[in-house]
Design a protein around this ligand. Sequence first.
Ligand code: HEC
Length: 381
Amino acid sequence: MTEPSAARAWAVIGLFERPEDLLRAAARLRGSPLGRVQAYTPYPVHHLDEALGLRRSPLGGMVFVMGVLGALTAFAFQYWMSAVDYPIVTGGKSPRSWQAFVPITFEVMVLFATLTAGLGMLFLLNRLPDIFHPMLASRAMEKITRDRFALALESSGGQGVDVDAAKKVILELGAQEVEVLPLPAPAPAAPLNFLLGLGGALVAACVLAGYSTYWVIKLYPELPPMSHMERQPRLNAQSPSGFFKDGRGMRPAPVGSVARGHRPYLIKTPEEAARLVNPLPRTTETMEKGRVLYAVYCRVCHGFLGDGRTTLTSAYGAKPADLRIKRLALAPDGTIYHAIMVGKNAMPSYAYELKEDERWAVIHYLRALQRAQDARESDIP
Ligand code: HEC
């Protein structure tokens, strides 16, 4: 116990020239009853935390937890957007395809982790910016920020440090200089003016930015934000272009190319086509599809009932076939498919208007029209 009459101070600071001296002194001073032992260095000194007996930093654990949280957040958010809220199939992949979420999941994990590491270290653990720290008022601080290493015995709980005892211990440890910070803890050179100035400047900048934006928008309401999107070079359909030798803007498909969903049709005769089998099952859905397509593509010529009573005037020279005649009713589906694919005399090909399954659906419907002419009681469901 020190005598109550002894001189007391907020801190007694010892300055060392080399980090090794500081480490040795810190290890010896650790747990001193005189006051709280603190070290101040111009750069991080390895093993100082061990020498001071500091507990392991919780920062690693915090970073891990926040990283996992970031990854989960990003993944869940993307999943919700892509698979739940607004599912869109892009490039033929399922909206639930998790592989697409990996890059952003990774990035948000890194973002959460680095922010936690940086901000957590500065604000949460180190409680920076500590601009009112009494040490900032010491002469020693100037030297510490250059090339000195300091060990301080600081008052804990406000009773102050016994100056004589602390000085003695610190000098014994090999300090070159000793400084005493008197009680009450001195306030450092007022940073208040600086803070007020900074705050004022920020407010002024915000007001200026707000007002200028307001006036620019008011004075130039039509200012196009991104004109390069409006005025970009482009090629209209059917218009010429000097880019290719033949001067055409639209390019014909390369010879032999096959469009998606269109198989090349190599059959030449109706006899050969007879072996084709209608791949569609005769369902209500198919029938309905066939009915609509027949009405769009065939009815003008072949009539509502397929009886060849055309709605065209006599200006159309040919006579469309009655599709209900026995020959066609008995003909295999493939024969009719062939008529749609290659046409017949005055009937043009409908290969490009109808897709493969649409042709077969029309044929199903056509069969119903034929059957309707010769219906039996058993046909009624
Ligand atoms: C522009 C009018 C027109 C349209 C539209 C039309 N056809 Fe024809 N179709 C004809 C004419 C004309 C014939 C008779 C050709 C001949 O025998 O000279 C015919 C004949 C046929 C034949 C009989 C072929 C044969 O082997 O005798 C079938 C089957 C046929 N059409 C089905 C269809 C289907 C299915 C559609 C709708 C996808 C359709 N047609 C659309 C004019 C048309």
